[in-house]
Design a protein around this ligand. Structure first.
Ligand code: PA5
Length: 698
């Protein structure tokens, strides 16, 4: 009989808080023995029974699919992705529907991805016996001989003997029992009639589909409508819509308790569901004083303890008994080792509540969010200001542009480099490169007009070229231009420089257009910015910028981009996160980072455990860059590093560029609020300028 294995990788492991989480789900914890994850151990346990690696399938939800697939190195077609987890019956139904198309009479072994089995060879022998019973049409489940009166497991009551398979007795299941209280559990264990329900099932594909049809008709209806292509599709909105209709139900409750032909085979396989820290303590190798540890632990007079810590951190215990000490970068759990089954409620309480953005808005004392909301208006005003005066004829005919500017003003040079047809060099610093000559248009850009480096470079440039202009709200730069008769674009004062990007960038666009060197028309992008303002302003539901801020909260963002358009956006995300949200952030370019940064992942988890890669994506990404991003994601998954992806919006390069910049600005401002800091204040920058006596330079 043809045989497939289906590993269900949906469990999050709530009672293994604070280690297990959506970002680090329980199947990926290294508890499978010999440093393997539980998922890998499940795979290696079952693969020899089905005979070929190509016959092991994984069912997981969309949020986890990448991580799970990478952890097993499975080809994409062996990973069936539920749009969202709906408990075990739909997950099993999905796999059965898919396999039925290949061979409806095939056998199907279903096993959870997050259990531990110490006696793997015996487990495989039991499975082979179960396959014999499944061939006869029975729905077989493995019954684990209880070793203590557990209250955390469901139980099976053994009925009459049905048959023998591979010299093992196969029994009818007389009853399923829900998780019992302590007294009932004791009675069950003492009676010798009960086994733990292991969640491991063996049946023929056609038989489980028949039973789903009979007992969960709504699910059967959805499964009937799914084509194999749809089942194996990823992110298909049709599948997501149909899946959302399904009422979540477990296969035990929805099918097995109601089906007529349910059999069990007793199994003594060293099974544990590793469901809580006590179970982890049992699963791990214990040393002196029955202490089990993961990570670096030093202890004195410490006994019967579980100690878990993150790489790079040491936990020291003195005079501690019967405790679970679980340390992560974000949370520390100290619990009585005998009470770790009770952790669920505590974990819920300890988890940060969803942010109250309305309350957090109080940190925006200088009104950064309002400025952001009015950004499209600022952009239109900026274009109008540029249009108000003709591009000065005296400056025309330049071969290249050099933009001298720092920080929030300096990025204007990088952006112009993407928007113009001539070479644009952003210059950040004092001394100009030797290439500045009469063929160079020198653009001094300083919002305040008083930035030391910008003024020094601008003054130097005036000695080398007569083609010079400035963009500023005033200060020394405006004075200098007035004194020397240099054309300058005056922009409104009173904003934070980085919040004045619309003015800094777009006021000069009509001039560059007049000189015939504008590559992309930015006008149509303003409509998109207006739409985005409507979606990202405070109080909008499903606010993507708030969600991103929440994802990046307590993280060190590593912002990656793979195209000149997105790389300037990545740089802007980094600087905005620094200045607005007051937190560290870094950025890097693809494909370059594949030649250096990627090697640093080896120690990232130890040295920067809260790193989170943010891929800025664009439809203009080079196909080979796309391939690299896919591989990188797998590498990150394998290393247990978080990542997320942000796509540029719109069709044109200008739309894609501005949409990413705008989303980054919103995200950094919300992140500031999440960090309970004022996005507008940049005290350290001001202090430094003050100490250097900015504006005094010559
Ligand atoms: O955003 C900021 O506040 C800074 O990055 C400034 O832009 C930077 O210090 C340069 O000042 P200015 O833009 O006034 O030249």
């Amino acid at each position: 009989m043809n045989c497939y294995a289906v590993i269900l990788a949906g469990g999050r492991g709530e009672r293994l808080w604070p280690v297990a989480s959506a970002k680090c789900p329980k199947p990926l914890l290294p508890l499978g023995g010999e440093g393997r994850s539980l998922l890998r151990a499940a795979y290696e346990r079952v693969a020899p029974v089905v005979g070929a690696a190509g016959k092991v399938y994984l069912v997981t939800d969309a949020g986890q699919a990448g991580r799970m697939r990478a952890a097993l190195d499975l080809p994409e077609e062996q990973v069936l992705v539920e749009p969202e987890g709906r408990n075990t019956a739909p997950a099993i139904g999905l796999a059965a529907a898919y396999l039925s198309d290949r061979d409806p009479r095939a056998a199907m072994i279903v096993l959870p991805a997050d259990h531990l089995v110490r006696k793997e060879e015996e487990f495989r022998r039991v499975l082979r016996a179960a396959l014999g019973a499944a061939a006869q049409g029975h729905l077989v489940t493995l019954g684990i001989r209880p070793t203590f009166p557990a209250t955390g497991y469901g139980y099976l009551r053994r009925g009459t003997k049905l048959m023998q398979s591979e010299e093992r007795d196969v029994f009818r299941v007389a009853a399923f029992a829900e998780k019992p209280d302590q007294d009932t559990a004791r009675r069950y264990v003492a009676s010798g009639e009960y086994s733990w329900n292991s969640g491991v099932f063996v049946w023929r594909v056609d038989r489980i589909l028949e039973e789903i049809d009979r007992h969960v008709p709504d699910l059967a209806k959805v499964l009937d409508d799914l084509s194999p292509e749809l089942v194996s599709s990823r992110g298909d909105p049709e599948l997501a819509r149909r899946w959302a209709e399904i009422v979540p139900v477990s296969v035990d409750y929805g099918v097995m308790e109601k089906a007529g032909d349910v059999a069990m085979i007793p199994a003594d396989v060293g099974w544990s569901d590793v469901g809580d820290w006590h179970a982890v303590w049992e699963a791990l190798q214990r040393g002196v004083g029955e202490v089990a540890s993961w990570g670096k632990h030093v202890g004195q007079d410490t006994a019967r303890c579980l100690v878990w810590t993150t790489p790079g951190k040491v936990v020291a215990t003195l005079g501690v008994q019967d405790a679970a000490v679980v340390d992560t970068p974000h949370a520390l759990l100290v619990a009585d080792l005998g009470r770790t089954q009770e952790i669920r409620a505590l974990a819920r309480e300890a988890r940060p509540a969803a942010p109250d953005w309305e309350e957090l808005r109080g940190h925006d004392s200088a009104g950064m969010l309002s400025v952001l909301e009015a950004f499209p208006v600022q952009c239109r005003d900026a274009l109008a200001r540029g249009q108000a005066a003709d591009a000065p004829e005296s400056l025309a005919g330049f071969r290249r542009v050099l933009c001298a500017g720092m920080g929030g003003s300096g990025i204007t040079g990088d952006l112009l480099a993407r928007l113009l047809t001539v070479e644009v060099s952003p210059h950040r610093g004092y001394d100009l490169p030797h290439t500045v000559d009469e063929g160079t248009l020198l653009v001094g850009i300083s919002y305040s007009g008083n930035t030391e480096e910008t003024l020094t470079a601008f003054r130097q440039g005036l000695e080398r070229t007569s083609r010079a202009m400035a963009i500023t709200a005033g200060g020394e730069l405006a004075r200098l231009c007035g004194e020397r008769g240099i054309p300058w674009l005056e922009i409104p004062s009173g904003l934070q420089p980085r919040a004045a990007l619309g003015y800094l960038l777009l006021s000069s666009v009509p001039w560059f257009s007049g000189w015939g060197v504008l590559r992309y028309d930015v006008g149509p992008a303003l409509k998109l910015l207006e739409d985005m303002a409507g979606e990202l302003a405070p109080g909008r539901s499903g606010n993507v910028a708030q969600q991103l801020a929440e994802n990046l909260h307590n993280c060190v963002p590593l912002v990656y981009a793979g195209d000149p358009l997105t790389s300037v956006a990545a740089f802007r995300w980094k600087t905005q996160i620094n200045e607005n949200a007051k937190q560290p952030a870094f950025w890097a370019d693809l494909p370059e980072l594949c030649h250096n940064e990627i090697v640093g992942y080896e120690l990232t988890q130890a040295l920067l455990p809260s790193a989170c890669v943010v891929f800025l994506r664009s439809s203009f990404d080079h196909p080979r860059v796309r391939a690299r991003v896919d591989i990188l994601k797998e590498v990150l998954d394998r290393r247990g590093l978080q990542h997320l992806e942000v796509w540029a919006r719109g069709e044109s390069p200008a739309e894609q560029l501005l949409s990413l910049l705008y989303l980054g600005d919103w995200t950094s401002a919300y992140l500031a609020l999440r960090n309970r800091v004022d996005p507008s204040s940049v005290q350290p920058i001001e202090e430094l300028k003050e100490r250097l006596g900015s504006g005094q330079s010559s």
